[in-house]
Design a protein around this ligand. Structure first.
Ligand code: NAP
Length: 294
């Protein structure tokens, strides 16, 4: 099944590397831009990509954390450069695109990883339209603006690959995540259509539907305290696979089962998720009783 989701060239390339151990990754010598590289999944992905010989361009707001990640990569013999940026600042995104194109020419791979999540029921959101606006700003408009800025040079050089870090929620459609999943679904669809329009220029997109990962992001959510979560390093391994093989999507088992359930029995799945949502109320943070959910 996963073979059907890959480009034929990527499938052949992985087969070639499997048959000839020591064959380098396609990332060797490539320029890979990773947003949200100052912590969590983005930081782990930056290390994994640098280990494969890519020049990693790190983007996030916290310049001090980016400098730390850069130094750690350099200490292991890798190559990384830091570009502090707030993705919700459109003019700053445009300026970064200009700087990147003049310093590196086309970026070969772009990982749209930066993002934030809010778990809050609609019942608590009637006077919080800003939740929807800020999640669209960071999870959709920022990455779309960055992608659109870098896309022409990718198409010009007849190679480029964009990996969108989205969520298994796109498949599950989990209650209490309307603002977050709507924004991530928009990015998922944007990437898919971009891949179709740029198909003949060899520019592709992979949507990685990430499940629960133990990072700062899930900290404030009480409902996740007892859940088993993947490590950022394990998740980074799947993202690297998405970069190297360029499949249409990288999905997990639970997300895929939920997607099929939603398709085959939509009303029954509504009942099941409504019941689960009733059993897992909003956290104290979402109710505003402790610090806000990020
Ligand atoms: N953890 C999970 O269970 C999970 C599940 C599904 C999907 N995801 C997705 O995985 C991605 C990475 O999240 P994570 O779990 O690794 O959490 P994290 O450690 O909180 O990482 C979020 C990253 O996004 C950056 N960021 C946030 N707002 C930004 C902005 N306005 N401009 C630039 N960078 C910004 C943060 O850096 P600065 O604060 O330095 O800007 C940070 O590097 C997110 O897109 C998230 O939606 C996570």
């Amino acid at each position: 099944m996963s073979l059907l989701l890959q480009t034929p060239a990527a499938a052949l390339s992985r087969l070639h590397r499997a048959l000839r151990p020591g064959t380098p990754s396609p990332l060797l010598g490539a320029t890979v831009l990773i947003t949200g590289a100052s912590s969590g999944i983005g930081e782990a992905t930056a290390h994994a990509v640098a280990e494969r010989g890519a020049h990693v361009l790190l983007v996030a707001r916290r310049g001090d954390e980016l400098a730390r990640v850069c130094a750690e990569i350099a200490a292991r013999g890798g190559r990384a450069s830091a570009y502090p940026l707030d993705l919700t600042d459109g003019e700053a995104v445009d300026a970064l695109v200009e700087q990147l194109l003049s310093e590196h020419g086309a970026v070969d791979y772009l990982v749209n990883n930066a993002g934030r999540s809010i778990r809050r029921s609609l019942d608590l959101s009637y006077d919080r339209f800003h939740d929807f606006e800020r999640l669209m700003a960071v999870n959709f408009f920022g990455p779309v603006r960055l992608t659109m800025g870098l896309l022409p040079a990718m198409r010009e050089q007849k190679f480029g690959h964009v990996v969108n870090i989205v969520t298994w929620g796109n498949q599950i459609k989990a209650p209490k995540f309307a603002a977050y999943i709507a924004a991530k679904s928009a990015l998922d669809v944007f990437g898919r259509i971009m891949g179709r329009e740029a198909f003949f220029d060899n520019v592709t997109c992979t949507n990685v539907r990430v499940s629960l990962v133990a990072t700062d992001m899930i900290g404030p959510t009480d409902a996740y305290q007892d859940r088993r979560a993947e490590t950022p390093e394990h998740c980074a391994g799947r993202i690297v696979r998405g970069l190297e093989d360029r499949p249409i999507t990288v999905n997990g088992f639970v997300g895929s089962i939920s997607e099929v359930f939603n398709l085959l029995a939509p009303r029954l799945s509504d009942f099941v998720f409504a019941e689960m949502s009733r059993r897992m109320p909003d956290s104290a943070a979402a109710r505003g009783e402790t610090r806000l959910e990020r």
